[in-house]
Design a protein around this ligand. Structure first.
Ligand code: GLA
Length: 395
């Protein structure tokens, strides 16, 4: 069964009502930022390569007002999802509990470093972005926070600066050495468009998805393996090792010919990591142009190849994700599946599938049933059109 989340309007309405219930007056600012799914181009961002993500119709919403009496310099955030409240002291922003508030703390700090001072605030936060599913719930929170600070202070940074503040918050306040994809797409996403981002110079190209007969299905394996956080950093440094050995700034500047010429002197692990990144960059550019020309089968084939490479050369998949891709392949073109692959950092989380819209009920029913038979687990599936990026809804 396809999962239906609250629409953006419903989520906003709910958050507004909760704000009023909690603080006894209406909110003055409402901002929103979407989660994302990456169609192809995985583990390429921190190598200066290409990514091809879109915003999804799952959002983080913040409702806020200045406190009635500013007796202290605190941002109070009531999180509806965890039913927890964070008190963030503005004069002393450091990592602290609750941990979800570190993303907010990091962004407040990032703005302070640009001399933009967040005032004391009362905030309510809610979200429909699944947690821990590789759909960038943390980037959505970072970017929503940045958007709120801009609205409240009336001081804007550039889109790029806002994304980079989010990335820095992730590095310094959550300890995840991520690339730039998640924050860039949460800021810049466009309705009905997928963004080809060149992570070496931040140039973008947009592919419009007009055809209602094709859809993107997000299939959440509902597993998150413990390995995830440590292995991400390890992959990053293995890629850096490969670049160093080849004498290039980053893997974006290498090609297969160069890599093959180093086959004898490069240890096998960095070699395979580099092979994934180099071939993934080619696949990503090809997929963006294939999809722009409505070449769905070609796009799908590239998605399957990407999964294979992430599984065997980059080693960030897991059996649950492999099953989802296997089942999708078995359903095949005749059943309405063009392609499928793991998406995001890996070791669990979601797969993304390009499908024929009218076949969604059949596809999701088959994947759910067979995934359950193989793993004993329930996966969750939803469809999303490419959604707009972060914005102020009310002020
Ligand atoms: C995570 C990171 C991104 C990117 C992906 C893998 O989502 O936050 O920067 O590296 O993994 O493509």
């Amino acid at each position: 069964m396809i999962e239906i989340a609250l629409t953006l309007e419903e989520l906003v309405q709910k958050t507004k009502i909760k704000f009023e219930e909690h603080y006894g007056r209406p909110a003055r600012w409402i901002v929103v930022a979407p989660g994302r799914v990456n169609i192809i181009g995985e583990h390429t961002d921190y190598n200066g390569g290409f990514v091809f993500p879109m915003g999804i119709e799952r959002y983080t919403v913040l409702a806020a007002d200045l406190p009635k009496k500013t007796v202290h310099d605190t941002v109070v955030v009531k999180c509806l999802r965890f039913n927890e409240t964070a008190h963030i002291k503005l004069s002393q922003i450091t990592r602290a509990e609750p941990r979800w508030a570190n993303y907010i703390r990091g962004v407040i700090r990032g703005f302070q470093e640009k001399n933009i001072q967040t005032p004391a605030l009362d905030v309510v936060m809610d979200s429909t972005v699944p947690l821990g599913g590789g759909l960038s719930s943390s980037a959505a929170l970072e970017i929503a926070t940045g958007t709120l600070i801009e609205a409240v202070t009336g001081k804007n940074v550039t889109q790029e600066e806002k994304a980079l503040i989010g990335q820095k918050a992730e590095h310094e306040f959550a300890g995840v050495p991520c690339g730039i994809m998640d924050q860039f797409i949460s800021v810049m996403a466009r309705k009905n468009h997928i963004m080809l981002l060149d992570c070496s110079n931040h140039e973008t190209q947009w592919t419009e998805i007009k055809n209602p007969d094709v859809s993107f299905l997000v299939i959440n394996s509902n597993v998150k393996h413990q390995l995830a956080s440590g292995e991400y950093g390890k992959r990053r440094s293995e890629c850096e090792t490969a670049s160093r050995i080849m004498g290039v700034k980053w893997l974006r500047d290498a090609d297969m010919e160069l890599l093959e010429s180093f086959e004898d002197e490069m240890p096998v692990i960095p070699y395979r990591r580099a092979k994934h990144v180099i071939t993934e960059n080619i696949r990503t550019s090809k997929a963006a142009s294939a999809l722009s020309n409505s070449l769905l089968e070609e796009t799908g084939t590239l998605m399957y190849e990407s999964h294979q490479s992430l599984m065997s050369d980059f080693e960030v998949s897991c059996v649950e994700l492999d099953y989802i891709v296997e089942i999708s392949k078995k359903i095949g073109l005749s059943g309405g599946v063009y392609g499928c692959r793991m998406t995001g950092g890996g070791f669990g989380g979601c797969a993304i599938s390009l499908v024929e819209t009218k076949m969604i009920p059949h596809i999701s029913e088959t994947i759910e049933r067979e995934y359950k038979e193989k793993t004993g687990l329930k996966c969750s599936i939803f469809a999303s059109r490419p959604a707009d990026g972060a914005r102020v809804i009310e002020q």
